[in-house]
Design a protein around this ligand. Structure first.
Ligand code: LLP
Length: 421
């Protein structure tokens, strides 16, 4: 459920009309609903009630300061994967003890920064990373709390570009070698082993792969404890999928996912962390765009809109589907048309949807891409020198621009021309 509904024939984000935002900030823009973000975060919290837990929002899905602050104020931790994300979390007021540092390629500089600023734990992904962290922590005279991310060799049954839990994926340490790697960690100075981490992929639409992976983690917990390690925390990753197509069956709900977690690890006397991103932010955001032209091709009609692949790359990159809705509610029974929805970028891949059946659109009409709050703005670029588009946050009847559209000068002035040119 989200808070983007038609009221009096006009699509609203909570109590604010999208046409009104468009008139003020111009198109295209991202708009997020505070109520939806809050609701989704709370669903996970409630789903894990009864277990000691922390829900760490995967900031890679949406790292705007306002979004982080909103979730942080509700008690969320943050899952960060770079020095930049760590700096964003800290700037939004998230205390170090609620920040988890994930990622396969942490640099020593990032490790230093995070150790100095405070961190809940590092999710370590390889032996060389472990050695580097041991060296950096020892240099600073501190102990780095770590979990080791294991690769359980489980098929997440999702898009191959976002599947992370098979042996052929670059992530984690093969579970077959986990015991020897934990033994190595226990001997290294500057490290404190506290648990196990696993994350098998994103946009999972079934619980079965989670169950397979979590059961492997449970078995490993028993083995590692028998080997003498302290396993007091399990980071079970993110990845629960969202309904991108309203017409399709919906993926499992957070409550069902939480019940699975309780079933698998409820008896282990551990603290549980999860790292959801998409389910919290995805359906909390829309991308609103204006039709520039309706162009009649030989075989098809193109709606050329003012958003492009640089603003929302998911369709071009993963062939992802985003539901498209008009900002003005169509009259009941209106005759539909079939369009290709494309952006202005000079590549045929700049296509949001092919042969989509929609109510009729004409130049100047506004449309919204749904489910764009996750992996939308964060993956955008200035390709074709198109300035990054604004982000707007709505709460009830109020809204604010939470990232402004840069001017052409601001964009251009980041370049410097050397004096010898
Ligand atoms: N934890 C780790 C270690 C991750 O790698 C990810 C996502 C998450 C948590 C959050 O997963 P989520 O709950 O959001 O599914 N750009 C792609 C998605 C990439 C996901 C990468 N890792 C997309 O647009 O579909």
């Amino acid at each position: 459920m989200d808070h983007f509904l038609y009221k009096d024939g006009a699509l609203h984000a909570e109590d604010v009309s999208l046409a009104q935002i468009a008139a003020q900030v111009g198109t295209p823009f991202y708009v997020y609903s505070s109520a939806t973000l809050t609701r989704h975060f709370k669903l996970f919290n409630e789903a894990l009630e009864g277990l000691p837990h922390l829900v760490c929002f995967a900031m890679k899905s949406n790292s705007n300061q306002a979004v982080i602050k909103l979730l942080g104020d509700l008690g969320a931790g943050m899952d960060v994967v770079s020095g930049g994300e760590y700096a964003r979390a800290k700037a939004a007021g998230i205390p170090g003890e609620r920040i988890v540092f994930s990622g396969v390629g942490k640099t020593r500089a990032e490790m230093r920064m995070v150790l100095e600023g405070g961190v809940r734990q590092f999710n370590v992904e390889s032996e060389p990373e472990m050695e580097a962290l041991s060296a950096v922590a020892s240099e600073l005279g501190v102990e780095a709390p770590i979990t080791i991310r294991i690769n359980p060799d489980v098929d997440a049954k999702t898009h191959e570009k976002i599947s992370t839990g098979k042996y052929d994926d670059k992530f984690g340490i093969p579970i077959s070698r986990a015991r020897e790697v934990y033994a190595m960690a226990a001997k290294l100075p500057g490290l404190k082993v506290i648990g196990i981490d696993v994350h098998i992929g994103s946009q999972l639409t079934e619980l079965a792969p989670f169950e397979l992976a979590y059961n492997k983690v449970v078995e490993l917990t028993h083995q590692l404890r028998a080997d003498g390690h302290t396993i007091e925390r399990l980071d079970l990753g993110g990845g629960l999928g969202i309904p991108y197509e309203r017409s399709n069956t919906a993926p499992p709900l957070p409550m069902e996912y939480g019940a699975l977690i309780k079933k698998c690890v409820g008896d282990l006397d551990v603290e549980v962390e999860i790292e959801p991103g998409r389910l919290i932010s995805g359906n909390a955001g829309l991308l609103v765009t204006e039709v520039i032209y309706l162009k009649n091709g030989e075989n098809r009609d193109f709606l050329i809109v003012d958003a492009a692949m640089n603003d929302l790359i998911r369709p071009a990159m993963y062939g992802a589907h985003h539901d498209i809705v008009p900002v003005v509610e169509p009259a009941p029974g209106v005759e539909t048309s079939t369009y290709d929805i494309v952006g202005p970028v000079c590549e045929s891949g700049d296509t949001f949807a092919k042969q989509r059946t929609l109510p009729p659109f004409k130049s100047g009409d506004l449309m919204a891409f749904r489910s764009a709050g996750a992996y939308g703005a964060v993956m955008s670029s200035e390709y074709n020198s198109r300035p990054l588009i604004p982000e707007v946050l709505v709460q009830g009847d109020q809204y604010a621009v939470i990232r402004a559209r840069p001017t052409f000068d601001e964009m251009i002035n980041r370049d410097t021309i050397p004096e010898w040119l």
